[in-house]
Design a protein. Structure first.
Length: 753
């Protein structure tokens, strides 16, 4: 097969890994050479075969098969198949593949894709222009419109508000066609101008939603016209993809409501016209409609449907409407990427730049997907995950990438190497995010210091998580304003974390629900009504924490490498950067400290982080003190009965005991340093004994300092459960100390039994 990427440059593997026939990359990067045929034959990856996902995937497939059987059901005249799922999980690819497999039985279908659109009417305009342009008997089309407008062909009572618009549309269209000088582009321009005139002049009382309804109606009429003009008896299929990807968020509900009304109106249309004796183009209306079936697929994110259910609780209780959730693990990212890499390598010379980069990417993919948090950090988006893997190649020095791969390869001989490789990978992701100003612009993070303030983004995410992953903005105001946070400041931080930052490299951490503001100023209006004493919660937006927000709270925030990355130490492509992860070989270098003493670089790194942990814990306790004072709480009540602390969750999803932020941070760092101690001692097993003892002593002493930090009441809020854990760690540390640090076997960690 001829390659479809002859002109792609060697540093753009990201486009190869994201390529589909349905995105602008295919048009721009591959000159439209990546056809559906090529894509589904060579690049498409079938659903996951993992046993743990089989039941969920089977349930989804069974529902889709039921929809497939219904395509030819002429007694059910209108069917809606709605598929919701996280952005980038594969909904679009699935629908295209599903319809591609049916191409011989369903004939032509088309897709209205909202990806990157700014207005609800925009993709419909392009679609309708294409349909009109493809019509050969254009004067017959005008005549068809006139018959509808005059009600001599169809009973269109449910579409009555759109008939005057169709009349005006057909008059203007006949003028264009009469000039015999029209193209698809000219029709697009005509439709755009018609929309402007329609809203601003012809029907001032009708807003944009009704124009979208008109375009849906026009699409339906054009499809019916094709059936009267030709012997086309295949199913009428319309796909509305990414129906909530509008950059103008306020139009999302507008579009969904239009779709719902359209489906309802079409049902009435068929009901009123199945016995219609009217004739057009020598075909009886009743005969054509009995052979006609309209099926609409449309896709949205999960959160959008949750919003809409609140506004329209009965929206899916309509004949012919089926809503199903696309399984989170229907496709395995790792399998998709590796399948594509394998295919591209079969076309490339092994020594080409593309081949070498793809081979390196395959190793990064292996490490990335070893830990489930990688997908979570980017809300499960395949495209974003691919982009971040490729960004690592551009952002991180190749020697560091090779070192991480070597570390990962050592996991069979040194079990703690895997923790180091995951930490190393997190370091690389943090480098990318930091360079993209995620720290400053999204999280509003500054270097750690003892200033009595805490990260507002962290406390907002903690509250929402502890309230069951959703929370009213009114509740956030009520919790945070009394202890010193201004409503406008809270709104600004929420705006940075929410879905409006769609171009943000990280993906959104929060979603708006119930009320979707279109701008920060609009969101701040809710701060104004709060300041004015409005206690009606339905006047406030609700917030939902995304998978990325959960991963940030649970994985990133308490990680040693995240704290180390907060330093301004030349993060970037330089191999000499002082900021390299704890498990990097640079940590084993001997350097001189400020007193002229020779120390290991890992001591310097741990020292930096330890000071930051101490400062952050101090700030957190000061925050706790202010909450206790405001609400007259004891320390136990603050930890166990407020939303400012964190319930741990085990691998089995069982909720564990409450933890203070400080104790969680301290114990996570102890665990990471302990794994580094065991990794390094095993790696250095052949060096002189006194050197191993010295390394052991230094790292054990740092662990003890962390435990002492836990016992410092000015630094950390303790719990009975964690007191027991601290005692176990002290006992294990003392066992090593009693051996004069010659014990290289004992691990300073609680047994998992």
């Amino acid at each position: 097969m001829k390659k479809f990427y002859n002109n792609i440059s060697s540093n753009e593997c990201v486009y190869l890994l994201k390529a589909t026939p349905y995105t602008k990359e295919n048009r721009i990067r591959f000159d439209n050479n990546l056809t559906k045929e090529k894509f589904f034959r060579f690049l498409y990856t079938e659903r996951s075969s993992k046993s743990e996902h089989k039941a969920e995937n089977d349930l989804f497939d069974n529902k889709i098969n039921a929809a497939k059987e219904d395509l030819q059901n002429e007694f059910s005249k209108v069917s809606m198949i709605h598929i919701s799922g996280y952005g980038g999980c594969g909904k679009t690819t699935f629908i295209h593949h599903f319809l591609w497999t049916l191409k011989d039985s369903i004939g032509v279908y088309d897709v209205i894709d909202y990806e990157g659109c700014t207005k609800a009417a925009e993709p419909f305009i392009k679609r309708v222009a294409r349909l009109i342009y493809k019509v050969k008997n254009t004067f017959g089309l005008i005549d068809y419109f006139e018959n509808i407008v005059n009600n001599t062909l169809f009973n269109t009572y449910r579409f009555s508000n759109q008939i005057p618009v169709l009349y005006d549309f057909s008059n203007k269209l006949s003028m264009i066609i009469g000039g015999n000088n029209y193209t698809e582009n000219s029709l697009c321009a005509f439709l755009i101008n018609f929309e402007k005139n329609y809203i601003s002049e012809d029907c001032k009382s009708i807003v944009g939603k009704d124009f979208v309804s008109f375009l849906l109606f026009l699409e339906f009429i054009l499809l019916l016209f094709d059936r009267f003009e030709n012997n086309n008896e295949s199913s009428m299929i319309l796909v509305i993809d990414n129906a909530d990807s509008l950059s103008d968020l306020s139009e999302e509900h507008l579009l969904l409501k239009s779709i719902r009304e359209f489906e309802n109106n079409c049902n009435y249309f068929f009901g009123w016209n199945l016995e219609n004796d009217g004739v057009y183009n020598e075909k009886k209306v009743s005969d054509v409609l009995r052979r006609t079936k309209l099926t609409m697929f449309f896709t949205t994110r999960v959160a959008t449907i949750k919003k809409y259910e609140i506004i329209e609780p009965d929206w899916e209780r309509i004949d012919g409407w089926m809503s199903i959730r696309f399984p989170e693990h229907y496709y395995e990212h790792k399998d998709i990427i590796n399948h594509r890499i394998e295919y591209y390598l079969s076309l490339e010379s092994p020594k080409s730049n593309i081949a070498e980069e793809l081979t390196l990417i395959s190793k990064l993919v292996e490490i990335a997907y070893h830990n489930y948090n990688f997908m979570r950090l980017f809300n499960g988006s395949y495209r974003t995950c691919v982009e971040k893997i490729c960004d690592i190649l551009k952002t991180i020095h190749s020697s560091q990438i090779k070192e991480m791969i070597k570390l990962y390869s050592a996991r069979a001989d040194n079990r703690d190497a895997i923790e180091g490789a995951i930490g190393y990978y997190l370091y690389m992701i943090l480098c990318v995010l930091k360079n993209e100003r995620t720290y400053t612009d999204t999280l509003a993070l500054s270097p750690c210091r003892k200033d009595g303030t805490i990260s507002l983004s962290r406390i907002i995410l903690t509250i929402i998580r502890e309230k069951g992953d959703r929370c009213s903005l009114y509740d956030l105001f009520s919790l945070l304003v009394p202890i010193g946070y201004k409503p406008n400041m809270i709104c600004t931080q929420i705006w940075n974390l929410c879905e409006v930052a769609r171009n943000n490299a990280w993906r959104r951490l929060l979603l708006f629900d119930l009320i979707t503001p279109s701008s920060l100023d609009e969101l701040k209006k809710q701060a104004d009504i709060f300041n004015n004493g409005d206690e009606e919660t339905n006047h406030y937006t609700e917030l939902i924490i995304c998978t990325a927000g959960q991963a940030y709270m649970e994985f990133v925030v308490p990680h040693f490498e995240f704290m180390l990355s907060r330093h301004e130490l030349g993060v970037g492509t330089s191999v000499q950067s002082k900021y390299q992860p704890l498990f990097s070989s640079s940590s084993e270098e001997l350097i001189r400290d400020g007193n002229g003493e020779t120390i290991y670089r890992f001591e310097k790194k741990i020292s930096w982080v330890f000071k930051d942990v101490k400062d952050c814990c101090y700030n957190s306790v000061k925050f706790a003190d202010s909450v206790e004072k405001k609400y007259h709480l004891s320390k136990d009540e603050y930890i166990n009965n407020t939303f400012f602390n964190y319930h741990s969750v085990g691998w089995d999803n069982n909720v564990g005991p409450k933890q203070s932020y400080e104790s969680r941070l301290i114990f996570r760092h102890i665990g990471y340093i302990e794994k580094y101690r065991n990794y390094l001692l095993k790696k250095k097993k052949d060096i002189p004994l006194d050197e191993r003892i010295a390394i052991n002593k230094k790292l054990v002493n740092w662990i003890i300092k962390y435990i002492e930090l836990y016992y410092n009441s000015e630094i950390c809020y303790r719990t009975e459960y964690q007191d027991a854990a601290a005692k176990d760690l002290i006992d294990l540390s003392n066992k090593i100390i009693d051996s004069n640090y010659k014990d290289f076997v004992t691990r300073i960690e609680r047994s998992s039994e």
